[in-house]
Design a protein around this ligand. Structure first.
Ligand SMILES: [Zn+2]
Length: 537
């Protein structure tokens, strides 16, 4: 008996040791990858920079070391042609009934232009307030009633109409109609020449500084996606919008209230806009990266595991000393996770193949992944599922994980099985109001009809108060999100990173080892959005 107990004890201790050894190795790999990828030498991994090339070579070297099969005809790279465009503002003023209002770039507004004209000059163009700027058949909603907006500049509210009814614009959740991308796409479809969103922090979920950092400096557009009508799109501050409405004898809050009704009609404002800017352009090549872990028995069925490696780059005009947007959490940490998942899979290959996909241009409108799903390295119908990670959990051990998008799919019991195996809860996005489903690389997969999930830790932190999750999210967004200070720090909780890596590895493994084919549920919101989005280049 004593011998058996001793034997069991030895087994148990060695199991723990093995496990902790493996965890120790995961931790070391994670730190090594993240530290290198977010080092100043990679210059914030802005597409077109030397820095992102160095980061790319690091990733490819590691894939080569692991023995992943190059995904693109013998190459790990899928090159994309893009255009870098930097706006040089000359004039941005608005003639109001109370005189002219001159706006300052960065302070009052920011804008970009995905139009091929090198110099844009617009004189006395009328402004139309279109509320949320949404036309959605499923909600019987039309903000463009009876108005031709061709040749005009549109003024939008951010997000979608507020609601507590889950059947109406997804209640407190954000629908695709709430995203700025939709609004600008709609402006282009309707022939407007300009589009401006009124930034309201509480409705956007992030501050004006995030808008400034994201939309000033060089923007990158994939070739072939140029607008035909829309010459510029931008954001103005709430204070500017208040002034504009006031000058017409109107009030922003009242206009917001009006826009919340189905009866809302667009308002032609007594405002004329003069816009003059130059577009400083350069050609940029940037690459998606992918390697394949070949499956043992079902080689030609694929799970795509993705994590973007691009970030905002180096912005010479950014105020303050630090100009490098290191993007350690967003998303060097996710790439590190993807490389570790690749390593674990190579050590014990699954039945199906797994493509480790490291896209570029995530921060430039998910364009790397959009290109990948339209030009996949394997037949698209053989891609069964996408699992995406973007920024790891560095805040503590959780008892729940989120699979963003889970509500749109029939995953054939896999999450339930995994949940009981690992003893963690698996749930949909607890903060759908941020519209995260539209904001990372799983989304283009979803649009193309490939089931896609974005994984992140949930909001139930072990041993922490219930408001901890909201606090850390807001603290991170206001201090580090899309800022130069997103750097690898000593206070990152690496135990929770290991927990998440183990979770996504197990999730990938479950799908890669099983026979199940995830399916799309009919007539969810995803159906309506993808219908609109699939038309785009
Ligand atoms: Zn990201």
């Amino acid at each position: 008996m004593k011998r058996i107990i001793t034997l069991l004890l030895i087994l148990f201790v060695s199991f723990i040791a093995l496990n902790s050894q493996e965890n120790e190795s995961i931790k070391n790999w994670f730190i090594a990858h993240t530290r290198f990828l977010s080092d100043d030498i990679t210059e914030g991994r802005g597409p077109g920079s030397k820095g992102i090339e160095i980061a790319g070579k690091y990733i490819v070297s590691f894939m080569e070391y692991l023995g992943l099969k190059p995904a693109f005809n013998g190459s790990y790279y899928q090159w994309l042609e893009t255009r870098g465009s930097k706006i040089i503002p000359e004039k941005f003023d608005i003639e109001t009934p109370k005189g002219s209002l001159n706006l300052d770039f960065f302070k009052d507004y920011v804008m970009t232009s995905n139009h091929s004209e090198k110099e844009v000059l617009l004189k006395s163009v009328p402004l139309v307030f279109v509320g949320y700027g949404i036309k959605a058949e499923e909600y019987k909603w039309d903000d463009y009633k009876g108005v031709d907006v061709k040749g005009k500049i549109l003024l939008f509210l951010v997000n979608d109409p507020p609601s507590d009814d889950p059947k109406f614009f997804d209640g407190k959740g954000m629908t695709y109609y709430g995203r700025w991308t939709y609004k600008f796409e709609e402006a282009e479809r309707r022939g407007a020449v300009g589009a401006l969103i009124i930034h309201i922090t509480e409705k956007a979920g992030y501050g004006w500084d995030v808008v400034q950092n994201s939309w000033s400096g060089e923007q990158i557009f994939r070739k072939g996606t140029e607008n035909k009508n829309l010459k510029f799109n931008g954001w103005i501050t709430r204070a500017v919008a208040e002034k504009l409405f006031e000058s017409c004898g109107l009030n922003l809050l009242e206009m917001m209230k009006r826009a919340e009704s189905r009866k809302f009609k667009p308002v032609s404002l007594p405002l004329k806009m003069n816009v003059h800017f130059k577009n400083d352009e350069r050609e940029i090549e940037t690459a998606n990266i992918a390697g394949i872990v070949e499956g043992k028995s079902k080689k030609d069925e694929y799970i795509v595991f993705s994590a973007h490696y691009d970030h905002l780059g180096l912005k010479p005009d950014y105020p303050g000393e630090d100009k490098i947007f290191n993007g350690a959490l967003d998303n060097a940490s996710g790439v590190a996770c993807a490389l570790i998942v690749a390593k674990l899979l190579m050590e014990d290959p699954p039945e199906r193949s797994v493509i480790i996909f490291i896209p570029t241009l995530e921060e430039a409108g998910l364009d790397g992944t959009k290109y990948f799903v339209k030009n996949p390295p394997v037949p698209r119908e053989k891609i069964l599922l996408n699992i995406n990670v973007d920024s790891m959990n560095i805040w503590g051990i959780v008892s729940d994980f989120v699979l963003r998008g889970i509500e749109y799919y029939d995953l054939k019991g896999v999450p339930e099985r995994l949940s009981s195996k690992l003893g963690v809860k698996i749930k949909p996005d607890p903060n759908p109001e941020f519209g995260s489903f539209f904001r990372s690389d799983h989304f283009p997969f979803a649009v193309e009809g490939i089931p896609a999930l974005s994984v992140s830790a949930g909001n139930e932190f072990v041993g922490k108060p219930s408001d901890y999750s909201d606090k850390i999210i807001w603290d991170y967004i206001s201090k580090h999100y899309h800022k130069p200070s997103d750097e690898l720090r000593d206070d990152w909780d690496l135990e929770s990173v290991i927990q998440e890596i183990n979770f996504v590895y197990q999730l990938t493994r479950e799908f890669a080892d099983s026979d199940v084919k995830p399916e799309i549920k009919p007539l969810t919101q995803l159906y309506y959005w993808s219908k609109i989005l699939r038309e785009l280049p």
